[in-house]
Design a protein around this ligand. Sequence first.
Ligand code: BGC
Length: 264
Amino acid sequence: MKLENKVALVTGSSQGIGQAIAIRLAYEGASVVINYRSHPEGAEETLKKVQELSGKCYLAQCPKVGATIQADLSSVSEAQELVRESIEQFGKLDILVNNAGIEKNEDFLDVSEADYDKVLDVNLKGVFFTIQAFVKHLKETNRPGKVINISSVHEELPFPHFTSYCASKGGLRMMMRNLAIKLAPLGITVNNVAPGAIATPINKDLLNDQEKLSAVLKNIPLGRLGKPEDVAGLVAFLASPDADYVTGSTYYVDGGLLWNYQEQ
Ligand code: BGC
Protein backbone atom coordinates (compact mmCIF):
# COMPACT_ATOMS: atom_id res chain seq x y z
CA MET A 1 0.00 0.00 0.00
CA LYS A 2 1.36 3.33 -1.06
CA LEU A 3 0.01 5.53 1.72
CA GLU A 4 0.55 3.43 4.81
CA ASN A 5 1.10 5.53 7.97
CA LYS A 6 -0.01 8.69 6.19
CA VAL A 7 -2.82 10.91 7.38
CA ALA A 8 -4.88 12.74 4.76
CA LEU A 9 -7.41 15.53 5.15
CA VAL A 10 -9.98 15.60 2.33
CA THR A 11 -12.26 18.63 2.39
CA GLY A 12 -15.82 18.20 1.19
CA SER A 13 -15.72 14.42 1.35
CA SER A 14 -19.34 13.67 2.29
CA GLN A 15 -20.26 13.15 -1.37
CA GLY A 16 -19.12 13.09 -4.99
CA ILE A 17 -15.47 13.42 -5.91
CA GLY A 18 -14.35 14.09 -2.31
CA GLN A 19 -16.01 10.92 -1.08
CA ALA A 20 -14.32 8.83 -3.78
CA ILE A 21 -10.95 10.39 -2.93
CA ALA A 22 -11.31 9.68 0.79
CA ILE A 23 -12.18 6.05 0.03
CA ARG A 24 -9.33 5.62 -2.44
CA LEU A 25 -6.74 7.11 -0.09
CA ALA A 26 -7.96 4.74 2.63
CA TYR A 27 -7.66 1.86 0.17
CA GLU A 28 -4.03 2.89 -0.31
CA GLY A 29 -3.52 2.67 3.47
CA ALA A 30 -3.98 6.26 4.65
CA SER A 31 -6.01 7.37 7.65
CA VAL A 32 -8.51 9.93 6.48
CA VAL A 33 -10.15 13.01 7.95
CA ILE A 34 -13.53 13.37 6.26
CA ASN A 35 -14.63 16.99 6.26
CA TYR A 36 -18.20 18.07 5.56
CA ARG A 37 -20.18 21.28 5.82
CA SER A 38 -23.83 20.29 5.89
CA HIS A 39 -24.20 16.55 5.16
CA PRO A 40 -23.24 14.61 8.29
CA GLU A 41 -25.01 11.50 6.91
CA GLY A 42 -22.83 11.60 3.78
CA ALA A 43 -19.71 11.99 5.89
CA GLU A 44 -20.76 9.01 8.03
CA GLU A 45 -21.28 6.97 4.87
CA THR A 46 -17.76 7.87 3.71
CA LEU A 47 -16.38 6.95 7.13
CA LYS A 48 -18.14 3.59 7.07
CA LYS A 49 -16.61 2.78 3.68
CA VAL A 50 -13.19 3.91 4.87
CA GLN A 51 -13.48 1.66 7.92
CA GLU A 52 -14.65 -1.31 5.86
CA LEU A 53 -11.69 -0.92 3.54
CA SER A 54 -9.05 -0.57 6.16
CA GLY A 55 -7.41 -3.82 7.14
CA LYS A 56 -5.87 -2.18 10.16
CA CYS A 57 -8.54 -3.24 12.60
CA TYR A 58 -7.72 -6.90 12.06
CA LEU A 59 -4.39 -6.24 13.72
CA ALA A 60 -4.03 -6.54 17.46
CA GLN A 61 -3.83 -2.79 17.73
CA CYS A 62 -6.61 -0.91 16.07
CA PRO A 63 -5.49 2.60 15.17
CA LYS A 64 -8.01 5.18 14.15
CA VAL A 65 -8.56 4.97 10.41
CA GLY A 66 -10.94 7.86 9.90
CA ALA A 67 -12.95 10.62 11.49
CA THR A 68 -15.56 13.10 10.35
CA ILE A 69 -15.11 16.79 11.16
CA GLN A 70 -17.60 19.54 10.34
CA ALA A 71 -16.24 22.84 9.00
CA ASP A 72 -17.45 25.47 6.57
CA LEU A 73 -14.35 26.38 4.60
CA SER A 74 -15.62 29.79 3.61
CA SER A 75 -14.65 30.75 7.16
CA VAL A 76 -10.92 31.13 7.75
CA SER A 77 -11.24 30.36 11.46
CA GLU A 78 -13.19 27.15 10.69
CA ALA A 79 -10.55 26.10 8.14
CA GLN A 80 -7.81 26.64 10.73
CA GLU A 81 -9.79 24.79 13.37
CA LEU A 82 -10.32 21.87 10.97
CA VAL A 83 -6.57 21.48 10.52
CA ARG A 84 -5.96 21.86 14.27
CA GLU A 85 -8.60 19.27 15.19
CA SER A 86 -7.34 16.82 12.56
CA ILE A 87 -3.85 17.02 14.04
CA GLU A 88 -5.23 16.65 17.54
CA GLN A 89 -7.15 13.51 16.59
CA PHE A 90 -4.49 11.83 14.42
CA GLY A 91 -1.23 13.31 15.76
CA LYS A 92 -0.24 14.72 12.36
CA LEU A 93 -1.24 15.43 8.76
CA ASP A 94 0.76 14.44 5.66
CA ILE A 95 -1.64 15.02 2.76
CA LEU A 96 -4.13 17.81 2.14
CA VAL A 97 -6.74 17.44 -0.60
CA ASN A 98 -8.64 20.69 -1.14
CA ASN A 99 -11.75 19.31 -2.76
CA ALA A 100 -14.63 21.35 -1.30
CA GLY A 101 -16.03 23.65 -3.94
CA ILE A 102 -19.22 25.29 -5.12
CA GLU A 103 -20.49 26.84 -8.33
CA LYS A 104 -23.35 29.12 -9.26
CA ASN A 105 -24.99 29.16 -12.67
CA GLU A 106 -25.90 32.81 -13.16
CA ASP A 107 -25.77 35.46 -15.82
CA PHE A 108 -22.92 37.90 -15.19
CA LEU A 109 -25.33 40.85 -14.83
CA ASP A 110 -27.33 39.07 -12.13
CA VAL A 111 -24.46 38.06 -9.87
CA SER A 112 -24.81 39.65 -6.43
CA GLU A 113 -21.94 40.43 -4.10
CA ALA A 114 -23.15 37.68 -1.76
CA ASP A 115 -23.18 35.07 -4.58
CA TYR A 116 -19.71 36.11 -5.70
CA ASP A 117 -18.33 35.99 -2.17
CA LYS A 118 -19.82 32.56 -1.51
CA VAL A 119 -18.06 31.01 -4.51
CA LEU A 120 -14.74 32.77 -4.02
CA ASP A 121 -14.70 32.23 -0.26
CA VAL A 122 -15.02 28.46 -0.53
CA ASN A 123 -13.10 27.83 -3.74
CA LEU A 124 -10.20 30.21 -3.19
CA LYS A 125 -9.97 31.88 0.23
CA GLY A 126 -10.76 28.65 2.07
CA VAL A 127 -8.13 26.76 0.10
CA PHE A 128 -5.52 29.46 0.70
CA PHE A 129 -5.92 29.43 4.47
CA THR A 130 -6.30 25.66 4.77
CA ILE A 131 -2.99 25.27 2.96
CA GLN A 132 -1.46 27.94 5.19
CA ALA A 133 -2.50 26.10 8.37
CA PHE A 134 -1.31 22.75 6.93
CA VAL A 135 2.08 24.17 5.94
CA LYS A 136 2.60 25.75 9.38
CA HIS A 137 2.07 22.29 10.89
CA LEU A 138 4.53 20.64 8.47
CA LYS A 139 7.10 23.37 9.13
CA GLU A 140 6.75 23.05 12.89
CA THR A 141 7.17 19.28 12.70
CA ASN A 142 9.86 19.52 10.01
CA ARG A 143 8.17 17.09 7.63
CA PRO A 144 7.41 17.04 3.90
CA GLY A 145 3.87 16.87 2.58
CA LYS A 146 1.55 16.93 -0.40
CA VAL A 147 -1.10 19.44 -1.36
CA ILE A 148 -3.59 18.49 -4.07
CA ASN A 149 -6.25 20.98 -5.12
CA ILE A 150 -9.31 19.82 -6.99
CA SER A 151 -9.63 22.51 -9.61
CA SER A 152 -11.55 22.18 -12.90
CA VAL A 153 -11.09 22.28 -16.65
CA HIS A 154 -12.49 25.77 -16.05
CA GLU A 155 -9.22 26.97 -14.58
CA GLU A 156 -8.37 27.13 -18.30
CA LEU A 157 -11.58 26.86 -20.28
CA PRO A 158 -14.24 29.62 -20.26
CA PHE A 159 -17.67 28.59 -18.93
CA PRO A 160 -20.35 31.17 -19.72
CA HIS A 161 -22.77 31.74 -16.83
CA PHE A 162 -20.13 30.60 -14.34
CA THR A 163 -17.81 33.60 -14.30
CA SER A 164 -17.26 33.66 -10.53
CA TYR A 165 -16.52 29.92 -10.60
CA CYS A 166 -14.01 30.38 -13.43
CA ALA A 167 -12.39 33.29 -11.57
CA SER A 168 -11.98 31.06 -8.51
CA LYS A 169 -10.48 28.17 -10.49
CA GLY A 170 -8.19 30.46 -12.51
CA GLY A 171 -7.01 31.89 -9.19
CA LEU A 172 -6.48 28.38 -7.86
CA ARG A 173 -4.19 27.66 -10.80
CA MET A 174 -1.93 30.60 -9.95
CA MET A 175 -2.08 29.86 -6.23
CA MET A 176 -0.84 26.34 -6.97
CA ARG A 177 2.00 27.57 -9.20
CA ASN A 178 3.20 30.12 -6.65
CA LEU A 179 3.05 27.71 -3.74
CA ALA A 180 4.82 24.97 -5.67
CA ILE A 181 7.85 27.28 -5.85
CA LYS A 182 7.50 28.72 -2.37
CA LEU A 183 7.03 25.38 -0.62
CA ALA A 184 9.47 23.21 -2.61
CA PRO A 185 12.36 23.95 -0.20
CA LEU A 186 10.21 22.44 2.57
CA GLY A 187 9.67 19.26 0.56
CA ILE A 188 6.03 20.09 0.01
CA THR A 189 4.58 19.45 -3.47
CA VAL A 190 1.54 21.31 -4.76
CA ASN A 191 -0.52 20.22 -7.75
CA ASN A 192 -3.99 20.69 -9.20
CA VAL A 193 -6.28 17.98 -10.49
CA ALA A 194 -8.76 19.42 -12.97
CA PRO A 195 -11.86 17.31 -13.60
CA GLY A 196 -14.15 17.79 -16.58
CA ALA A 197 -17.78 16.72 -16.46
CA ILE A 198 -18.06 14.15 -13.69
CA ALA A 199 -21.31 12.50 -12.60
CA THR A 200 -21.66 14.02 -9.11
CA PRO A 201 -24.22 16.06 -7.15
CA ILE A 202 -22.66 19.37 -8.36
CA ASN A 203 -23.88 18.37 -11.83
CA LYS A 204 -27.41 17.33 -10.88
CA ASP A 205 -29.03 19.90 -13.21
CA LEU A 206 -27.00 18.61 -16.13
CA LEU A 207 -27.71 14.98 -15.27
CA ASN A 208 -31.44 15.70 -15.24
CA ASP A 209 -31.48 17.49 -18.58
CA GLN A 210 -31.21 14.97 -21.44
CA GLU A 211 -30.72 17.60 -24.12
CA LYS A 212 -27.93 19.40 -22.28
CA LEU A 213 -26.35 16.09 -21.36
CA SER A 214 -26.14 14.84 -24.95
CA ALA A 215 -24.63 18.19 -26.01
CA VAL A 216 -21.96 17.83 -23.32
CA LEU A 217 -21.29 14.20 -24.25
CA LYS A 218 -20.66 15.26 -27.86
CA ASN A 219 -17.78 17.42 -26.59
CA ILE A 220 -16.14 14.59 -24.67
CA PRO A 221 -13.88 12.53 -26.95
CA LEU A 222 -14.06 9.51 -24.63
CA GLY A 223 -17.84 9.66 -24.98
CA ARG A 224 -18.94 9.46 -21.36
CA LEU A 225 -19.08 11.49 -18.18
CA GLY A 226 -16.29 10.85 -15.73
CA LYS A 227 -16.79 8.89 -12.52
CA PRO A 228 -15.60 10.22 -9.16
CA GLU A 229 -13.27 7.19 -9.07
CA ASP A 230 -11.56 8.42 -12.29
CA VAL A 231 -10.48 11.51 -10.36
CA ALA A 232 -9.61 9.65 -7.17
CA GLY A 233 -7.03 7.44 -8.91
CA LEU A 234 -5.01 10.45 -10.05
CA VAL A 235 -5.20 12.02 -6.60
CA ALA A 236 -3.91 8.79 -5.04
CA PHE A 237 -0.95 8.87 -7.41
CA LEU A 238 -0.14 12.53 -6.65
CA ALA A 239 -0.38 11.80 -2.92
CA SER A 240 2.02 8.85 -3.17
CA PRO A 241 5.83 8.67 -3.11
CA ASP A 242 5.69 7.90 -6.86
CA ALA A 243 4.91 11.60 -7.32
CA ASP A 244 7.67 12.97 -5.09
CA TYR A 245 9.22 14.85 -8.04
CA VAL A 246 5.90 16.13 -9.37
CA THR A 247 5.00 19.70 -8.44
CA GLY A 248 3.57 22.88 -9.91
CA SER A 249 1.25 21.46 -12.57
CA THR A 250 -2.36 20.81 -13.36
CA TYR A 251 -3.49 17.32 -14.38
CA TYR A 252 -6.71 17.09 -16.35
CA VAL A 253 -9.18 14.23 -15.89
CA ASP A 254 -11.72 15.16 -18.50
CA GLY A 255 -12.02 12.46 -21.17
CA GLY A 256 -10.31 14.85 -23.60
CA LEU A 257 -12.90 17.63 -23.19
CA LEU A 258 -10.46 20.52 -22.80
CA TRP A 259 -8.70 20.26 -26.15
CA ASN A 260 -11.61 19.03 -28.20
CA TYR A 261 -11.79 21.90 -30.66
CA GLN A 262 -13.91 20.96 -33.65
CA GLU A 263 -14.80 22.88 -36.77
CA GLN A 264 -18.55 22.69 -37.13
C1 BGC B 1 -18.21 21.91 -13.26
C2 BGC B 1 -19.34 21.19 -13.92
C3 BGC B 1 -19.15 21.12 -15.42
C4 BGC B 1 -17.77 20.60 -15.77
C5 BGC B 1 -17.49 20.57 -17.26
C6 BGC B 1 -16.89 21.35 -13.71
O1 BGC B 1 -15.87 22.09 -13.15
O2 BGC B 1 -18.32 21.78 -11.84
O3 BGC B 1 -20.55 21.84 -13.59
O4 BGC B 1 -20.12 20.26 -16.00
O5 BGC B 1 -16.81 21.39 -15.14
O6 BGC B 1 -17.86 21.75 -17.89
